[in-house]
Write a protein that binds this ligand. Structure first.
Ligand code: ADP
Length: 393
């Protein structure tokens, strides 16, 4: 894998402050989803601020796209365009009196024409589900909406890498789920995403790779399973094991054979219980519910509503900001907005039908996940593409 960022032997001490980072080295591959995890004060924010040159290390070097970061004005400007940084508190980032002006700030500074600015700001606001918010004053928005404005401001610069310091702090559970799903969308669009968090429940299912940091040093790095399924490591980082791994560990201690794949979702966990309990297997009905798939780019909202009323559906989920925004405008009540595919798979194994509303870019993801689950669980869950059903109606 190509590395987009390399951190080489970095140390940093705040003036009149502690040694915040002590000889840290690691690499970030293009297209990775990385979580920097550690307790408060571990040095996560300091490290992230170095990724786009906001803090210069005392010792060591950072390489971006193969070249060492230089701290002159022109190089820093280019680095900050390519590595977007979303602060923990969106109030630190939002500066303009309207949402449009705020998101336009970067493109204006890049010298884009009026039409180009209108177009990139429009695209960025759509991507974060805030179309129609252009004239709103940011200070009147909710915490989650402000965070989206800050994200749109970064997206308007077309960065390759997105850095989020504690992306869900101060958000309620639904707001947190929405932001995590947005991060996934940005990743599907081909970007490298790095977050910091002390929330192991958030990092474990999301990250490809976890870097555990404590007192300015890297304690461990590896896949999220390798790092979090290690009791002593998690304990020495003053964190706790994710609940699913704790439950899994409890069952393994009581004699359940270890599985090749650690459970990352409730669906994985239930599958593990099925696989290991002959009682459950023997009484199990292998019939499955259907997942109806709607491409919101190809079916209009009226048709989606008529599908919902004509089909026997027990849960509706939307994936992606465009689909969610459409559901919101059209008052289609959603049961799931995060982890949608797994939640619909769960419905299916409970012999209930569900619907996933999404847009073109995500459809392959639905098919891939359902196929993978069918192979693992030896089931035959069917996806029915509603574009085809609709032409037959
Ligand atoms: P984290 O993001 O993991 O909570 P930080 O990077 O914010 O950790 O902080 C690392 C260490 O540096 C902590 O001991 C913190 O108190 C200290 N620190 C952070 N910012 C400053 C600052 N501006 N001045 C002095 N010390 C700071």
């Amino acid at each position: 894998m190509n590395n987009i960022i390399e951190i080489k032997n970095i140390s940093y001490k705040y003036p009149n402050g502690p040694d915040a980072l002590k000889n840290i080295s690691f690499s970030i591959g293009k297209g990775e989803k990385i979580a920097l995890v550690g307790p408060n004060g571990a040095g996560k924010s300091t490290l992230l601020l170095m990724l786009n040159g906001m803090i210069k290390p005392d010792l060591g070097e950072i390489h971006f796209s193969g070249s060492p970061v230089r701290y002159d004005r022109n190089n820093l400007r280019e680095l900050r365009r390519r590595v977007g940084f979303v602060f923990q508190n969106p109030d630190s980032q939002i500066i303009a009196p309207t949402v449009f002006q705020d998101v336009a700030f970067g493109p204006v500074n890049l010298g884009l024409s009026k039409d180009e600015i209108k177009s990139v700001v429009g695209d960025a606001l759509s991507a974060v589900g805030l179309k129609g918010f252009e004239r709103r004053p940011p200070h009147q928005l909710s915490g989650g909406e402000k965070k989206r404005v800050a994200m749109a401001g970064i997206l308007a610069m077309s960065p390759d890498v997105l850095v989020f310091d504690e992306p869900t702090s101060a958000l309620d559970p639904a707001g947190s789920e929405d932001i995590m799903e947005l991060l996934d969308e940005m990743h599907i669009d081909g970007r490298t995403i790095i977050i910091s968090t002390h929330d192991v429940e958030l990092a474990y299912p999301w990250a490809d790779r976890v870097i555990l940091i404590q007192e300015g040093e890297i304690l461990a790095e590896g896949t999220s399973g390798e790092v979090f399924y290690n009791k002593s490591l998690v304990k020495s980082a003053k964190l706790s094991m994710p609940v699913l791994l704790d439950l899994y560990d409890g069952l393994v201690e009581r004699g359940m054979p270890e599985s090749d794949n650690l459970p990352k979702s409730i669906l994985d966990f239930i599958h593990l219980l099925y696989a290991n309990s002959s009682d459950i297997r023997n009484t199990e009905n292998m019939d499955c519910g259907i997942i109806y798939l709607v491409d919101a780019d190809r079916i209009n909202p009226g048709e989606i509503k008529s599908l919902i009323s004509s089909l026997e559906i027990n849960g509706i989920g939307a994936m992606g900001s465009k689909a969610k925004m459409m559901a919101d405008i059209e008052k289609i009540e959603l049961d799931y907005t995060y982890g949608v595919i797994d939640k619909c798979l769960l419905k299916s194994i409970n012999r209930k039908n569900s619907m996933i509303i999404t847009t073109a870019g995500m459809i392959k993801r639905v098919y891939d996940r359902v196929l993978e689950f069918n192979q693992e669980s030896m089931r035959d869950i069917t996806i029915r593409n509603c574009t085809e059903i609709n032409t037959k109606l």
